[in-house]
Design a protein around this ligand. Structure first.
Ligand SMILES: Nc1ncnc2c1ncn2[C@@H]1O[C@H](COP(=O)(O)OP(=O)(O)OP(=O)(O)O)[C@@H](O)[C@H]1O
Length: 327
């Protein structure tokens, strides 16, 4: 059964195209990740899917309901947790939940039971009467997730769910999200620019760059598309190495940041031969590391850039500054 169907969805802000004709389908019960650098178009995409922004062109259906034609219908079917915290600091955890439940006109007895259940689910039941302003970042995120689930949505949107949280809290939140999906069968669509988050949580991932989907598949399939092992060489001669080193067992090379990333078939067998070639050609080598491919390599493979280089590009930073965004 299809939970989300997106066809040629596009969003333009004046002459700037933030989301550029993307199409994909998400099945019920999937955890689907939109992965990409800052400014890639992830938030704009889920803002359109959750009716907060009107698409410029294209179509999106949530549980069969069109996001433009029936906004109320879509809003009933979804829960949203956005990057910017939207809890009322001066209210308690319980009051924040209760207020949300009233907005959705959930009858009192059902509302109270669900609030109790959800506060237990996110392990905040003992703090239900504490003011939100006394909560840590992780506790606030958990409360927001609980609140997003109060009207029992079929689809939950999480925009950068662990942004700015410490690694331990991030790990905890991943467990909650996973658990939610397993026990309640909720379809989850999340945006992230953390590779490890996407890898660990998502059934499938769409990698977005400059408003376009550049790859879409399961994390394992994406990594296997990069194929082979990854050898990273740090060297002042990085660009020469990328150009000059060839062998039948080298599947490709990318040069970035004073490093060369070589994709090797069976690195264990060929690494000595490779290092020998470096010596013969007189390259200066500072460090060599060998590992299995990650989603970062997938991004590099499809865009020719690392996600960090992408984040640091001038136009993105300028555009965000002009918009007064916090990134
Ligand atoms: N209201 C707007 N007006 C003009 N440009 C916008 C607007 N909203 C977003 N953009 C631009 O559209 C592009 C995509 O932004 P979006 O927030 O969707 O990216 P993102 O992938 O979610 O990044 P982040 O990780 O920073 O949230 C960015 O270049 C952004 O500056």
């Amino acid at each position: 059964m299809t939970a989300i169907h997106v066809e040629n969805l596009t969003k333009r802000f004046d002459d700037f195209t933030a989301v550029d004709g993307i199409s994909f389908t998400i099945e019920r019960g999937e955890i689907f990740g939109l992965l990409g650098p800052n400014g890639a178009g992830k938030t704009t995409t889920i803002s359109m899917l959750s009716t907060l922004l009107e698409p410029t062109t294209g179509r999106a259906l949530i549980n069969g309901t069109d996001v433009t034609a029936d906004q109320d219908g879509v809003r009933r079917a979804i829960g949203i947790v956005f990057q910017d915290q939207s809890l009322d600091e001066e209210l308690t955890a319980w009051e924040n939940m209760d207020f949300h439940g009233r907005l959705y006109r959930i009858p009192k007895d059902i509302r109270e039971k669900r609030i109790t259940d959800l506060l237990c689910l996110v392990e905040l039941e003992e703090r239900k009467d504490s003011l939100v302003k006394t909560f840590s970042g992780g506790m606030r995120r958990r409360l927001e997730i609980a609140r997003g689930l109060l009207h029992e949505p079929a689809v939950l949107f999480l925009d950068e769910p662990t942004l700015g949280l410490d690694p331990q809290t991030r790990n905890h939140l991943w467990d909650y999200i996973h658990n939610l999906n397993e026990t309640r069968g909720i379809t989850i669509i999340l945006t992230t620019h953390y590779m490890d988050e996407a890898d660990r949580l998502c059934d499938r991932i769409a990698i977005i760059d400059h408003g376009k989907i550049i790859a879409l598949d399961t994390p394992d399939a994406l990594k296997s598309r990069v194929g082979d092992d990854v050898v990273t060489v740090t060297s002042p001669d990085a660009s020469r190495i990328a150009r000059e080193v060839t062998a039948p067992w080298i599947a490709g090379a990318d040069h970035h940041d004073g490093q060369v990333t070589l994709r090797l078939k069976e690195a264990d067998t060929h690494i000595t031969e490779l290092i020998q070639q470096f010596g013969e050609n007189g390259y200066t080598i500072t460090a060599v590391s060998v590992r299995k491919p990650t989603l970062e390599d997938v991004f590099l493979r499809f865009t020719g850039k690392t996600i960090r280089e992408e984040e640091a590009t001038g136009p993105n930073i300028l555009r965000m500054k002009m918009m007064g965004r916090r990134h």
